[in-house]
Structure formats: C-alpha cells, structure tokens
Design a protein around this ligand. Structure first.
Ligand SMILES: Cc1cc2nc3c(=O)[nH]c(=O)nc-3n(C[C@H](O)[C@H](O)[C@H](O)COP(=O)(O)OP(=O)(O)OC[C@H]3O[C@@H](n4cnc5c(N)ncnc54)[C@H](O)[C@@H]3O)c2cc1C
Length: 470
C-alpha cells in the first residue's frame, strides 16, 4: 500500500468482485488485490515487490477483453492501469502521439480530430477499451481492413518487465531498427511479457471524404460472394462488415435500430474513403458487384448522420444480443475470405446440431468471423454446450486454413484450441520465448498456451534423462 497509496489499493472481498472476470464472463476467479499505480515508477515498484515475494500478477486495462486475458485464476494481484490515462504528447509534424496505457482508444481521435487527424484502429469497444489493452491484444476493428491492426500503428513503448526493470522498445518511428523486433513481439502478447506503461502511436490524416453503403441480401451466400468479388476487383474498402439474419434481429431489437428489414438473410455495411474521385467510383463499383449477386436493395448513406446511425447499429452489435437472448458467447475466428460461404454453412450446421442459435456479426473483408452463440446459462448444461459450439466454430475456421482468433486473443478461453493450429513443438517454442521475458511465469500465468502435450513432456523427460539443460 505504501508504494501507491492506501486509497489506490482494493483488497476487500466485496471490492474484488468486479475484477473476477473481463468481458468473457463464463469463467471467473478471485484476485488477491487490485492496485492502481499512477506512474511508471509505481508500476515498477509494485512489480519488483511482487516478483521478490513470488506473487503472480496481471495487468488490466478496461477489462473489455473477450477471452479472459485479464481474469484472475486465483490469488493474483491485478495491476490496473486506469489511473494512467493521460495523452502525453501529440506531434502533428511527425504524425505521432504518446499516451499512457489507460488512455481510452476513442479519446485519441476525439482529441486530434479538430486538426484533421485520427487514430485508425477502432475496436467496437473503443469507447471504453484502453490503448494498453489494445497493444496487449493487438486489437483490430472495422476499419483495420484498409489501415491495419494495432501493431501497424505502434511506434514505441515503455515496458515494465516482470522483474520490475523498465525498458523502451522501438525508436518511436525511426524505420527499420536493427536487432529483433521486440515491439512487434510485445504487441499481441496478451500481457504475458511485460506491463506496457507508455505507448507512441502513429496518427493518420483524416481522409478527404468517405461514403457508406448498405446492401441487403436474401441469401448469405450471395452476400459472401459479393465480399470476395469486391476485394478481388482490387477495391480495398476502409471497412466491409457483414451481419446475418439473427444478428439483424438482435440489433433491431436493441438500442440503436435503423430499420433493417427483418426478413433478409444478410447485410453488408461497406465504407470507402480517400480522395473524392477515388471513393465515388469505388462506391459505384461496389453497388455493381452487389447487383451482380442479386442484392435485394443497396443504398448509399445520404449524409453523415445516416452513416453514423448505421455504424452505431453495427458497433453495438455484440451487446445487442442481450435483447434476444439471456446470454451469449462471442467467438472470434479467421478464415480465408474465399471460404466464407463454406464456413458459414458449417456454423449453421453446428447451430442446428446443438439447438443453439448462432448470430454472425463480423469483419467480412478480412475474413474475421464473430459467431455469437446464444444460450441461457440458467438451463442446465447449456453453458457447456455453448462453449463446445464455440470450439467447433473455431475448428471449422482452422480446418478452412484459418485461425482461432482474429483480434480477441487466446486468454484462458482458447488455450486448448491453440492445438488446432500449432503443433506441440510450435507451442513449446513460443513458451520458451515467454520464459526469456517472464522466466518465473509470474506475469499472467496460465494464459495463452495450453499445458504441454504429452509429446512435449516426453521429449522434455528424455532431455532431462540425458542431462541436457531444458
Ligand atoms: C462490445 C465489445 C466489442 C469488442 N470489439 C472488438 C473489436 O472490434 N476488435 C477487437 O480487437 N477487440 C474487440 N473487443 C475486445 C476488447 O475490447 C479488446 O481486446 C481490447 O483491446 C481490450 O482492451 P482493455 O483495455 O479492455 O484490456 P483488458 O481487457 O483489461 O486486458 C486485455 C489483455 O491485455 C492485458 N493488458 C491490459 N493492459 C495492459 C498493459 N498496459 N500492459 C500489458 N498488458 C496489458 C491484460 O492482461 C489482458 O491479457 C470488444 C469487446 C467488447 C466488450
């Protein structure tokens, strides 16, 4: 308590309840305490103490993660970064900004938009999630199709290592540094390699203009084919999102309805941006592609207000499932775009076999699926059934040559599913990298990787018998 001040520590059971999980609410655990450092020096001092006392600890931003990354498994100290929420510097000449880790994503664009700039990665949770959490998860978002995910916008970071040492990574924008890309390694490491305490990000000049297109389809497959054709025509929209019929039912029943028809099978929400002449003709080409694929109706937003309403409807889509189901599980797989119709069919089959409704809201342009599995946790066995259905959806993605996470991370939720895409050896290689930074596995233990498979264990035993250092 001395290190951060008594008022910045929570330790009573009642106060810890809010920290039992993140946005993945199906698994909960008890933290030992939550500390709220106000600066890097305090983070370092807290980490040094925990390291010395061998107490496991977890960094936490806003707790909006969807894979249990910030969830304690029992007895960890949570280091919450929410007090470190300053925008430290904006350098328009060099197009960079420096933020503390608890700075909320959306506030950056809000702070620089008056000068004609914005921060591109826009997770749908951007009104709440922190840039520190975005770095840890390598967060994506609707507009990452054209502009890239978080890792493409991070230029430097200050990191407190699991023994309390403070290091700087990246050279804040100087390209092609020699040596290993440690900044790239930290980005997406899900809080297992260090606590990020300061971040330098790239900011972009806002495009001259944009246009938003909405297309309604009677057949999911037609919508999926339109997605593939738009990209293969050489158009890279700023965003290309899809929702299916169940998802549309949810968003129209929730807080931001916009009057989508309830009897269509799929909609596409597409944004093109850039210079006027370029995006106007791209919009026309997109409308033509949608017509080729039997679109029922396709329209261009008449003004910014209409486009904003369509986006609010989409971006609140996960939460909207609460309007049509007592509980839901958000999944996050990736597939090659060309396999979209096939994988969506498999997801439909999983829904039929399990009897659970599955809504799909996703970043179609980059093949990042979000099946939302609707269930009722009060019904015996239904939560387990939902988890199994989620795992089967990820298997379908992996089998199609994709991955088990596009942006929400592995956390505790998808540890076992890592085996769908990595061999034991590949997992072991990654845990060895973790050990270089986090040798005692005190920082965010038991996240991201499954327990070693039997094959890896046997190899380790053989090496030990041979007296080899492992
Ligand atoms: C409604 C909703 C919509 C979402 N939409 C998207 C989306 O479009 N795209 C997307 O990518 N994600 C999305 N997410 C998931 C989530 O918002 C992101 O993963 C986000 O990056 C998490 O940020 P956070 O501040 O809440 O981090 P937390 O949930 O607090 O933590 C997430 C992970 O990061 C680690 N961590 C946090 N801060 C630090 C730090 N300073 N240093 C080191 N490790 C740290 C934690 O230990 C944990 O492992 C959504 C979530 C919700 C609830």
């Amino acid at each position: 308590m001395k290190l951060v001040g008594k008022e910045h520590v929570l330790h009573r059971q009642a106060d810890l309840v809010a920290y039992e999980c993140d946005g993945f609410t199906l698994q909960r655990g008890k933290a030992r305490a939550v500390v709220f450092p106000g600066e890097t020096k305090e983070v370092s001092a807290v980490v040094r103490l925990l390291h010395r006392e061998r107490v496991p600890f977890i960094a936490r931003g806003a707790g909006t993660g969807l894979s249990g990354g910030a969830t304690p498994l029992g007895g960890e100290v949570i280091i919450s970064l929410v007090r470190m929420k300053k925008l430290l510097r904006v350098d328009l000449d060099n197009r960079t900004a420096v933020v503390q880790p608890g700075f909320v994503n959306l506030k950056l664009t809000q702070a620089i938009s008056k000068d004609g700039y914005y921060y591109a990665p826009d997770p749908s949770s951007q009104y709440a999630c922190t840039i520190g959490g975005n770095v840890a998860e390598n967060a994506g978002g609707a507009h990452c199709l054209k502009y890239g995910v978080t890792t493409n916008h991070i230029l430097g970071a200050e990191v407190v290592l699991p023994d309390g040492e403070v290091i700087r990574l990246g050279e804040d924008g100087i390209p092609d540094q020699p040596g290993y890309d440690l900044l790239g390694l930290i980005t997406g490491s899900e809080g297992t390699l260090g606590v990020v305490t300061e971040i330098t990000v790239r900011i972009l000049k806002a495009p001259e203009g944009k246009q938003t297109i909405l297309a309604y389809f009677d057949d999911v497959e037609d919508g999926s084919r339109a997605v593939s054709d738009i990209i293969s025509a050489g158009i890279v929209p700023a965003a290309l999102e899809m929702m299916d019929r169940t998802a549309i039912e949810g968003v129209e029943a929730a807080n931001f309805p916009v009057g989508h028809p309830l009897d269509i099978e799929a909609l596409l929400l597409i944004e093109v941006d850039g210079i006027e002449a370029g995006f106007q003709s791209e919009a026309e080409d997109i409308v033509d592609v949608c017509r080729k694929w039997n679109v029922r109706e396709v329209k261009v937003a008449k003004d910014e207000q209409e486009a904003a309403a369509w986006w609010a409807n989409r971006k609140t889509g996960f939460g909207a499932m609460g309007a049509i189901s007592p509980d839901y599980l958000v999944q996050d797989g990736v597939i090659p775009r060309s396999r979209l119709p096939e994988v969506l069919n498999k997801i439909r089959a999983i829904s039929q076999e399990t009897g659970l409704r599955i809504a799909n809201i996703f970043h179609a342009g980059d093949g990042n699926l979000h099946p939302l599995i609707l269930f009722d946790a009060q019904k015996p066995g239904e939560k387990e059934k939902a988890l199994q259905a989620g795992s089967r959806c990820l298997k379908a993605c992996a089998d199609a040559g994709g991955s088990i996470t596009g942006e929400h991370g592995v956390g505790i939720e998808k540890k076992e599913e890592m085996r769908f895409i990595f061999t034991d050896e590949e997992i072991e290689a990654q845990t060895r990298i973790r050990s270089v930074f986090n040798p005692d596995n005190l920082l965010n233990p038991d996240k991201l990787f499954p327990q070693p498979g039997r094959c890896a264990e046997v190899k380790q035993e053989i090496k030990e018998q041979q007296g080899l250092k492992v």
